[in-house]
Design a protein around this ligand. Structure first.
Ligand code: SF4
Ligand code: SF4
Length: 263
């Protein structure tokens, strides 16, 4: 008898809570638009944020509820855009293929380490504690923080620096976020001519620390017929909205730091 009353009270509370929860579930039920579920299923679930939304399901919901563009998923590319269009019953929007580009050519043949780092093998750690381990403080540290975050196996450390294989790259931008030297940019694959150096050192210092670095001589800027190259603070940068991939800058660069990147 001592246990019966508390057991009955507890059981009664349990049943009451169950009934209340069932009623609440019925009253507050929000019907989920099945197009959101279908669009979410068409997305790669990379949750990379490259589309500008918090994740794949947030993007799917923005497409249906806010009319967000249907071609923003870079890892999903044309496949995802086509599937989204078919769910919505609209024409598929064009997807510009993008890839990550590493702005450094300072491999082991061109530059050297300032010291050997024996601690945590992470670019971020070396940068934070020592400002980098290379002779060039702007260049690739080569410990592969970008490699570690790439889910597409598109980044490798080759001869001491990071290299991207554009055909594997999902352009999600995780590598760009991981690089402490901000060397990686996501660009259209069609914009193939690029300056693979991120140094702001003057020409004299650059020549001392890296054979392949931009010396800021401005020859490319003068040769470009489209005013697509800007050299500022000994740093050459191509504005790809003006670049036609003609390659004149590439041919004229005395240190050959402008490359036609692999498609
Ligand atoms: S590109 Fe950046 S993250 Fe990748 S290895 Fe070089 S320094 Fe490290
Ligand atoms: S020509 Fe080459 S070295 Fe000279 S500023 Fe342009 S990219 Fe740099």
């Amino acid at each position: 008898m001592t246990y019966l009353i508390p057991a009955l009270i507890l059981g009664g509370c349990g049943i009451l809570a169950g009934v209340l929860l069932t009623i609440a579930a019925k009253v507050f039920y929000v019907k989920i638009d099945e197009r959101i579920e279908k669009i979410n299923a068409a997305l790669p679930q990379a949750n990379c944020g490259a589309c500008g939304f918090a994740g794949c399901s947030d993007y799917a919901s923005a497409i249906v509820n806010k009319g967000a563009a249907t071609n923003l998923c870079r890892p999903g590319g044309s496949d995802a855009a086509n599937q989204i269009a078919s769910v919505l019953g609209t024409a598929a929007a064009e997807v510009v293929p993008m890839t990550a580009v590493v702005h450094c050519s300072g491999d082991c043949n061109a530059t050297q380490k300032a010291f050997l780092f024996d601690g945590v093998q992470s670019c971020k750690a070396v940068k934070r504690f020592y400002g980098g381990s290379g002779m060039c403080k702007y260049g690739c540290i080569g410990l592969g923080d970008c490699v570690a975050v790439c889910e597409h196996d598109a980044v490798k450390i080759i001869n001491g620096i990071a290299k991207v294989t554009p055909s594997l790259c999902g352009a999600c931008g995780q590598c760009a976020k991981a690089c402490p030297n901000e060397l990686i940019e996501i660009k259209p694959v069609s914009k193939r001519v690029d300056v693979l150096c991120a140094s702001y050192d003057n020409g004299k210092v650059t020549k001392l620390v890296c054979k392949n670095g931009c010396i800021g001589c401005r020859i490319c800027e003068k040769k470009c017929p489209n005013e697509a190259i800007i050299v500022n603070n000994f740093h050459a940068y191509i504005d790809h909205s003006n670049c036609t991939n003609c390659g004149l800058c590439m041919e004229s660069c005395p240190v050959k730091v402008i490359h036609r990147c692999d498609p």
